[in-house]
Design a binder for this molecule. Structure first.
Ligand SMILES: CC(=O)O[C@H](CC(=O)[O-])C[N+](C)(C)C
Length: 297
């Protein structure tokens, strides 16, 4: 196992995050719109019949760039978030190693990933709140309340201070702590499995794409249920859910049943592979570049 460098993990992780946003945002827009579309009244039809219908309606009504609405916030938020995410994973690995070259078990990699999930929540929660509110607003199912990411921050701050900006923190932890464990454990495990014999950790770009894409899909297998709860909570008007995520869960079970916890699963899974393949490919390329220009960093 190559020695961990926190500075390189931070920088390369940020670059990986930028690659992930560029590759995955259109499907993220579709996911949030499907997850938060209004429940139809008796005799009414759903606004979006599914992933393809949502994509076609968005392109027809808003143009191709409609799929990229709300991308400024994730780009500004995701870059530092992934920097912290890879840094947290690196620190989590370092904390469990007795010497820098020690190979970690799958459980230890999972633990390091969970620590990374805790680290990222401070950036992830407001980033997701802003992004989801803008994505839902762009769907045109309600009044126009915000003029962009900064305006969302201003309005939320006026409405309820930092507490409102950080609405959904528990839901984000519930989603990202186990999901990040799964994410990094899958990637590192596949990296070992796919490496040529005697050259552990040295992956070709194609194998990095496979390992990164699968890590993204396993991440979302764990994250999809809590993600629905989080999106509902973060986009609901103030006071809708007095007990936070618990109230959302009870309401969903009562009105829609457990199937609703998988809403938006198709676009999530379709996005997960390319977005995370791009992320890990960007990360590995950036690490190689940093090792070349600053071997002692
Ligand atoms: C929920 C989420 O952001 O997942 C990340 C991967 C993705 O598809 O965006 C991974 N991680 C939680 C580790 C940041």
């Amino acid at each position: 196992m190559p020695a961990v460098s926190p500075a390189k993990d931070f920088l390369a992780g940020g670059f990986g995050g930028m690659c992930l946003v560029a590759a995955g945002h259109p499907l993220d827009t579709i996911k949030v719109r499907l997850q938060t579309q209004p429940t139809p009244g008796p005799g009414e039809k759903l606004l979006y019949a599914g992933t393809l219908d949502c994509a076609l309606k968005t392109v027809r009504n808003e143009g191709f760039l409609g799929l990229y609405k709300g991308m400024a916030a994730p780009l500004v938020g995701v870059t530092p978030m992934f920097a912290v995410c890879f840094l947290g994973f690196g620190i989590g690995k370092k904390l469990q190693q007795k010497h820098p070259e020690e190979k970690l078990t799958a459980v230890q990699l999972f633990n390091a990933g969970m620590l990374s999930g805790v680290f990222t929540t401070a950036i992830m929660t407001p980033g997701e709140r802003i992004k989801c509110l803008l994505q839902v607003q762009a769907a045109g199912t309600g009044p126009k309340l915000y003029n962009g990411p900064m305006d969302v921050v201003k309005v939320l701050y006026k409405e309820g201070g930092i507490r409102s900006i950080y609405k959904g923190t528990c839901a984000t932890l519930l989603r990202d702590v186990p999901a990040s464990g799964m994410y990094f454990m899958t990637y590192e495990w596949l990296k070992r499995m796919l490496s040529p014999v005697g050259k552990e950790g040295e992956l070709s770009p194609l194998r990095t794409i496979v390992a990164g894409g699968c890590a993204g899909m396993f991440n979302w297998l764990v994250a999809i249920g809590p993600d629905v709860l989080k999106s509902r909570l973060q986009t609901a008007p103030e006071g809708t859910y007095p007990n936070g995520i618990r109230s959302v869960f009870v309401e969903i079970m009562r009105t829609e049943g457990p199937k609703a916890l998988f809403k938006g699963a198709a676009p999530v899974m379709i996005r997960a592979f390319p977005a995370n393949a791009a992320c890990f490919l960007g990360y590995e390329m950036a690490i190689k570049f940093l090792n070349y220009i600053a071997p002692n960093l």
